[in-house]
Design a protein around this ligand. Structure first.
Ligand code: IMP
Length: 297
C-alpha cells in the first residue's frame, strides 16, 4: 500500500511506516505548503491532506498529520503552535523549560491527529494522545522534538530514553494510527495478514472470519501464508501446487471496504479472486468468489 505523508518531516514518515503494517510512506517535498491556520489539530491535518491531493493527484492514500504538546501550567500552550513555538530541538526545549522554571506543575500531553484521503476520495480520521509530565532537564537521544523532556505517565524515563521501539507501541502517533486502521474497517489488518504477519490483532480478525462458515474455514487452511513471504500453496486432488497471490483493498464508501485476494496457479493459467466486503467494525458482510474453482483441500 503506497501513501504520501503531506509533510516534510521524515521522522514522522518512518514512525508511521512502522505503525501501519504493509504501508510504504513517502513525504511530500513541496515548497508551498499552506500556513497552518486551523484552530484544531484536525483542521490542520485535513488541510495538509487536501493540499497533498491537489499537489500529488489521486490514486494513492494521502495522509495529513498534525501534532503538538500541551502543557497544563501554560494553559495548554504551545498546543497547535508547537512547531512554531521555537525551532525544533534544543531551542524549543530551552524555551519550554524556561517557562516552567520554579513550578512543580509539570503535567503535559502529546496529541496527534491523522487524516487519510483514500484513492476513492473517502476521508478518514484517527486521534491519539499520550499523557505525561515535563522533566527538569533533557535526557536521551532517540525520537525528536520535545521527546528528551517528556516523561510518559507510568514511566521514569523520557521518551528519548525509552526509544523508538517504545514510541512505536505507545506514542500519540501510534494511537492515532491504530484509530485510523480501525476507521478503515480493520480490512487492512486482513490484507497485512493474508501475506504473512504475526500481529495477534490481525490474527484475531482472520480467525473470527475463518470460523464463520465451512467455506471460510477452507480458505483459512491456506491463509495466512508463510510469514514474511508471498508464497502460497493450493492443493489440487491432494497434490500441492505452488501459486502466487495478491491482495488489495479499496473503500467502496466510508462504512464499507472491499478486500480482494487473488490466487493464480498452473503458471497463471488458473486463477480466482475472493472479494471480502468488510464493515467498519471489522466484521465481514459477505464474501464472493469469482474465477476458476477452488482446488480441493
Ligand atoms: P507539526 O505537527 O508538524 O505541526 O509539528 C508538531 C510539533 O510538535 C513538532 O515540531 C514537535 O515539536 C512537536 N511534536 C509532535 N510530535 C512529537 C513527538 O512525537 N515527539 C516530540 N515532539 C513532537
Amino acid at each position: 500500500m503506497k501513501a504520501i505523508l503531506c509533510s516534510r518531516n521524515r521522522h514522522k514518515a518512518r514512525e508511521l511506516e512502522r505503525l501501519l503494517p504493509g504501508w510504504s510512506i513517502e513525504t511530500l517535498d513541496a515548497e508551498d505548503y499552506p500556513p497552518e491556520t486551523g484552530v484544531t489539530y484536525y483542521e490542520n491535518a485535513r488541510a495538509k491532506a487536501r493540499f497533498g491531493l491537489a499537489a500529488a493527484g489521486g490514486g494513492v492514500h494521502l495522509l495529513g498529520e498534525d501534532s503538538g504538546i500541551e502543557v497544563e501550567a501554560l494553559g495548554g500552550r504551545p498546543g497547535i503552535e508547537s512547531a512554531r513555538y521555537a525551532p525544533e530541538g534544543a531551542p524549543a526545549i530551552a524555551r519550554l523549560l524556561g517557562e516552567l522554571e520554579g513550578t512543580d506543575e509539570r503535567a503535559a500531553r502529546y496529541v496527534c491527529e491523522l487524516v487519510c484521503i483514500t484513492p476513492g476520495g473517502d476521508e478518514l480520521r484517527g486521534t491519539g494522545t499520550l499523557s505525561g509530565r515535563i522533566a527538569r532537564g533533557p535526557c536521551g537521544r532517540e525520537g525528536f522534538g520535545y521527546d528528551p523532556v517528556f516523561v510518559p505517565d507510568g514511566e521514569k524515563r523520557t521518551v528519548a530514553e525509552l526509544g523508538d521501539a517504545w514510541k512505536e507501541r505507545n506514542s500519540h502517533r501510534a494511537r492515532a494510527a491504530r484509530a485510523l486502521l480501525a476507521a478503515l474497517g480493520a480490512a487492512l489488518l486482513l490484507v497485512a495478514s493474508a501475506c504473512g504477519g504475526h500481529d495477534p490483532t490481525q490474527q484475531r480478525v482472520l480467525n473470527a472470519f475463518f470460523a464463520q462458515s465451512p467455506r471460510a474455514h477452507t480458505l483459512g487452511l491456506r491463509f495466512p501464508h508463510e510469514p514474511g513471504t508471498a508464497k502460497c500453496t493450493v492443493r489440487d486432488h491432494g497434490k500441492a501446487l505452488e501459486a502466487t497471490c495478491a491482495t488489495d483493498i479499496s473503500l467502496v464508501k466510508p462504512s464499507r471496504a472491499v478486500v480482494t485476494l487473488t490466487e493464480a496457479w498452473n503458471h497463471g493459467a488458473t486463477a480466482h479472486t475472493w472479494f471480502f466486503f468488510i464493515r467498519r467494525d471489522g466484521s465481514v458482510e459477505s464474501v464472493v468468489q469469482e474465477g476458476s474453482a477452488t482446488p480441493r483441500q
